[in-house]
Design a protein around this ligand. Structure first.
Ligand code: G4P
Length: 524
């Protein structure tokens, strides 16, 4: 592993389902020398599915529900690629994974442009000013006009675009990709095949004589390239790092066009670990002492053990196996004697980690999403919110003798961030909240497979949940008293108001001016 944090690149790929995220992940690992054979990402996925039945949902729906981390070395750098779930339902897990990266690759299908999920994920990146590289995929197929796509990115996402690699023809007329920066032309030695050679072509007009591209394509491409260079912003590193400009690469993940240049761009221009927002002070990656935060917890990764793995992004310092770290929320020291390092390649077991790396901490449920770990300082990393759920359901248990297991299932899966659980102040039926309804299927399926309980969901009379707080304790007490039937607590004991609809929420907000109704809650 590369030694210092400056050589870390921690990034995620965001895309709409089917745009090519899995294929690109695989090809990046291949280009980075992390795997030897294409197909490994899928194989790994299949093995995972075979191991845990709940992942059948992934298979049935053709989606990827879990997220993981893949670490590999390339060109003297250590790349940490964090996988984000690609399904349509936006989950908190996805959001939190993006809090742990320093940059992102946005994959767009050349035939489709910006799709709904890409846009949602992009908005999350923008909230944190995460620099984005755009990869327009599948240029080997008939797609939309390159300029139309550039303009769409520019307008819909309000970003400057800087084209770097341009396709020479598309679909059946696809001849290769031309690098606007240095005139290198990548092509397949066999038409329609995988990329396998790069020629230096000093200007696009020479593509005909030097690379056998037919005249009409040369003419059209030369004009397009001139326009692409003149009509859009030149690449500006500062603007890219601030999240205002995105370099755009046209390519084909499947046929490996522009994959290597993408990896080179990440190494050359994507940021090394950035300072992390925390209270009472920001944490810089080059500080000596180890700090980190938990952005994800996964229960039951191994069915034979009830253990969980907490994923910690290291924010500063040099972590070593066997270190003692303080869990700031509980002020307890935790000995991290068997951290998990996520290597994409079978190599020697890693013993240490730097800022930007992710380690897995096995635990029995003591570590939570949002937890900060330090070598003693009372710090708290911020920006890891819980979101008010968009769907609420009452939970009914098929077999009343399994209440204990149901509790365990709901509590564990709430800890993972899959669902939120609310306990009404009156009555005993739990209410679960999810950001996307697909999560209910995942919950039911996992409760069955991993805890042996059959859960059923009933419509709840409530549609919305808001955390309620007030500077005025008496006002909060009065509010709770008057709305007892609509009050609940979350698993931290925070008060939650359940409303039957937006009219009721508006009414409550008008009637009780001293109460704040919060849509997000910062995790403690
Ligand atoms: P996702 O993770 O974003 O959902 O997308 P994934 O990589 O699974 O790709 C979705 C489909 O698009 C796959 O086809 C894949 O082979 C295809 N694809 C990805 N990149 C390219 C490309 O550059 N060019 C072309 N022509 N196709 C591409 P599939 O038929 O759904 O799956 P498979 O049977 O090929 O595995």
């Amino acid at each position: 592993m590369a030694l210092d944090h400056a050589s870390r690149r921690t990034f995620a790929i965001i895309s709409h389902p089917d745009a090519g995220k899995t294929t690109l992940t695989e090809k990046l690992l291949l280009a980075g020398g992390a795997i030897r054979l294409a197909g490994a990402v899928r194989t790994r996925g299949d093995q995972r599915r075979a191991r845990s039945d709940w992942m059948k949902i992934e298979q049935d729906r053709g989606i990827s529900v879990t997220s993981s981390v893949m670490t590999f070395d390339y060109d003297g750098h250590t790349c940490n690629l964090l996988d984000t779930p690609g399904h349509e339902d936006f989950s908190e897990d996805t959001y939190r994974t993006l809090t742990a990266v320093d940059s992102a690759i946005m994959v767009i299908d050349a035939a489709k442009g910006i799709e709904s999920q890409t846009r949602k994920l992009f908005e999350v990146c923008r909230l944190r000013d995460i620099p984005i590289i755009t990869f327009v995929n599948k240029v080997d197929r008939e797609g939309r006009d390159g300029f139309e796509l550039l303009d769409e990115i520019q307008e819909m996402l309000a970003l400057d675009v800087s084209p770097m690699i341009w396709p020479i023809g598309m679909g059946s007329d696809f001849y290769g990709c031309y690098d606007l920066r240095d005139g290198s032309f990548s092509r397949a030695s066999r038409r329609g095949g995988h990329f396998d050679e790069t020629l230096k072509v000093p200007s696009p007009e020479k593509l005909g004589e030097m690379a056998d591209v037919p005249d009409h394509i040369v003419t059209a491409s030369s004009e397009a390239i001139e326009l692409a260079q003149a009509g859009y912003a030149p690449f500006d590193q500062a603007s890219f790092l601030e999240g205002h400009l995105t370099p755009v690469i046209f390519g084909s993940a499947l046929n490996e066009f522009s994959v290597q240049p993408l990896l080179d761009l990440i190494i050359g221009h994507a940021p090394s670990p950035r300072p992390s927002p925390a209270e009472p002070r920001e944490v810089k990656p080059d500080e000596d002492k180890v700090t980190g935060f938990i952005f994800k917890v996964q229960a039951n990764m191994d069915k034979n053990h009830r253990d969980r793995v907490a994923f910690m992004r290291v924010c500063s310092g040099h972590f070593k196996r066997g270190m003692k770290l303080k869990q700031v929320r509980t002020s307890k020291d935790i000995l991290v004697h068997s951290p998990i390092f996520f290597l994409a390649q079978d190599r020697e077991i890693a013993e240490d980690a730097q800022a930007g790396d992710v380690i897995g901490i096995p635990n029995h449920g003591t570590v939570r999403v949002g937890d900060t770990f330090t070598e003693g300082e009372a710090l708290r990393f911020t920006g890891l919110p819980a979101f008010a759920p968009e769907a609420l359901r009452r939970v009914r248990l098929g077999d009343m003798t399994r209440v204990k297991q149901m509790r365990a299932a709901l509590e564990d899966l709430a800890e993972e961030g899959l669902i939120q659980v609310f306990q009404p102040e009156v009555g005993s039926q739990w209410i679960v909240g999810v950001v996307g309804v697909l999560q209910l299927d995942v919950l039911a399926s996992r409760a069955k497979q991993e805890y042996g309980v059959t859960l059923e969901f009933e419509a709840s009379p409530y549609e919305m949940a808001r955390w309620v707080t007030s500077e005025d304790a008496a006002a909060l007490a009065t509010f709770r008293e008057r709305n007892r039937l609509a009050m609940a607590t979350d698993r931290d004991g925070s008060y939650v108001f359940l409303a039957k609809g937006s009219w009721e929420l508006d009414y409550a907000a008008k009637t009780y001016e001293d109460i704040r109704f919060l849509r997000t809650k910062e995790l403690q």
